[in-house]
Design a protein around this ligand. Structure first.
Ligand SMILES: Cc1ncc(COP(=O)(O)O)c(C=O)c1O
Length: 458
């Protein structure tokens, strides 16, 4: 089938039976290819390309396929199931809203919306006073883009420039795509907004400690040399909290230097917290690792625990810039998703998930360090924080990024009952539900190591 780089042919694999995994059929499981063919006949091909597994059900950190094979989930779908798949508190919250009965009420008032927004703002803490809720992550980054520009207009900027970071990614709608620096993905737009600028990403392996601020100053100078006046022509910075494909965090002093420039020139600082929010990195939000205070944060994914919920949070003065009715959406703050969102925060708080993620992150990174020591010529970097990690793999002979090797490892892991995030690049990404047991976490890393060894032997 056209859009799949993975083999769809079911093959015999060694059976697996542990406390956390069960593989008892050929893989992909019988029926998988047929279902993919049905989808191919009626769905846009842009949806293809993932590992060939049919998700039949998912509970906590386990995913079950059509044949009831059980996989340890290192994906959380795509960093969504932070509080575990099919979380019972979320189930109950959705159920009681349905039973009320109420599904949807557009922008008419609703008690659940008030309950959720109050809780969300209390959870996020200073300086966040208000939020605007949406459904998709890309809508949240679009909304932040709009708010940064409206604020720029309000304070009398000459131009409404937004500075973004090369290699970062913010979604697939117009402004989000333009803020992302993936040129191939934004070719369809046909032009580039002259007031969206990109500066280079400070990859940690290209810098030594303490060079982040200087790196930023040099990038800023390059912008100034193109004729841009930072004070008059820039109204916002948009940062993905870490660069997604490789869980690459910035040097702290790089981000702090950006904040200084923002404060000096009335520029808003926004973080795209899609992957990093809601406890994923061992803090409530990933920006907290940098010791800065953003003006806006864009959230999604784990925010809804599996239902389509996203949002942008900021100070009231910024969130209230749009006129009544000019920033709303049909499904904004739908009572079902608000009930789920509220349950996510209650779950994070009642199970101490932020601190637990920090603790489990230490376990994960210790195990990944052992894995790197086992393959020193292949595993070039182990990156991440909390329960988001990426191992970056290079070819031991050429030293070049080994994307295909990573795809093979991802497929082999699946055959052995472990789902990792296939990035299509030289990284294998790990982001289990934050509720994963220590035991399953370590078992998953062991499987990953064995799969790397096997693919390397081939
Ligand atoms: C950092 C980041 N920003 C924005 C988005 C877009 O979110 P969505 O796919 O919900 O529109 C994603 C999704 O992968 C993301 O990882």
């Amino acid at each position: 089938m056209a859009g799949y780089s993975f083999s769809l042919e079911p093959i015999e694999v060694l059976p697996v039976k542990t406390a956390n995994r069960l593989i008892q059929t050929r893989i992909p499981a019988p029926g998988t290819r047929e279902l993919l063919a049905r989808l191919e006949s009626c769905e846009s091909r842009s949806m293809q390309g993932q590992l060939p597994i049919v998700w039949q059900r998912a509970e906590d950190f386990s995913v079950f396929d059509l044949a009831d094979n059980r996989y340890i989930d290192f994906t959380s779908t795509i960093f969504v199931a932070n509080v575990g798949h099919s979380n019972s508190r979320i189930n109950q919250a959705i159920g009681s809203t349905v039973n009320q009965p109420l599904y949807s009420c557009y922008a008419y008032s609703n008690e659940m919306r008030a309950n959720y927004l109050e809780k969300l703002i209390a959870f996020a803490g200073h300086p966040f006073e208000k939020a605007f809720l949406l459904s998709a992550g890309t809508e949240a980054t679009e909304a932040a883009f709009k708010l940064m520009r409206m604020h720029g207009q309000k304070v009398g900027k000459r131009r409404l420039g937004i500075v973004c970071i090369e290699g970062n990614w913010h979604g697939r709608t117009l402004a989000a795509q333009m803020m992302s620096s993936n040129l191939a993905q934004r070719q369809w737009i046909g032009y580039q907004d002259a007031d969206i600028h990109h500066i280079a990403f400070p990859y940690p392996w290209e810098l030594t400690e303490g060079q982040g601020a200087d790196f930023f100053t040099a990038e800023l100078k390059k912008l100034i040399n193109t004729g841009i006046d930072i004070a008059q022509d820039i109204c916002g910075f948009m940062l993905e909290t870490f660069q997604g494909w490789g869980a690459v965090f910035y040097p702290k002093d790089f981000v702090q230097a950006i904040e200084v420039v923002c404060r000096e020139h009335g520029i808003l600082l926004s973080f795209d917290e899609m992957q990093s929010g809601f406890a994923r990195t061992g803090e409530k939000f990933g920006y907290q690792h940098y010791g800065v205070t953003p003006d806006l944060i864009c959230c999604g994914k784990g925010m809804g625990g599996g239902v389509p919920l996203s949002g942008v949070l900021g100070r009231a003065a910024i969130l209230d810039l749009p006129e009544v009715g000019s920033m709303s959406s049909t499904h904004s703050a739908n009572p079902l998703v608000c009930a789920a969102g509220l349950a996510v925060i209650e779950e994070i708080e009642s199970r101490n998930i932020v601190a637990e993620t920090k603790r489990k992150g230490r376990l994960l990174f210790a195990a990944l360090q052992v894995l790197q020591d086992r393959f020193p010529n292949r595993v070039k970097h182990v990156l991440g924080q909390g329960l988001i990690a990426a191992i970056l793999i290079h070819d031991p002979k050429s030293g070049q990024p080994a994307g295909e090797f990573c795809s093979k490892v991802a497929q082999l892991c699946m055959q052995q009952g472990l789902l990792v995030v296939h990035t299509g690049r030289e990284s294998i990404k790990i982001g289990p539900p934050l509720t994963i047991s220590d035991d399953a976490l370590l078992e998953g890393v062991e499987v990953l190591g064995n799969c790397i060894a096997k693919v390397a032997q081939e």
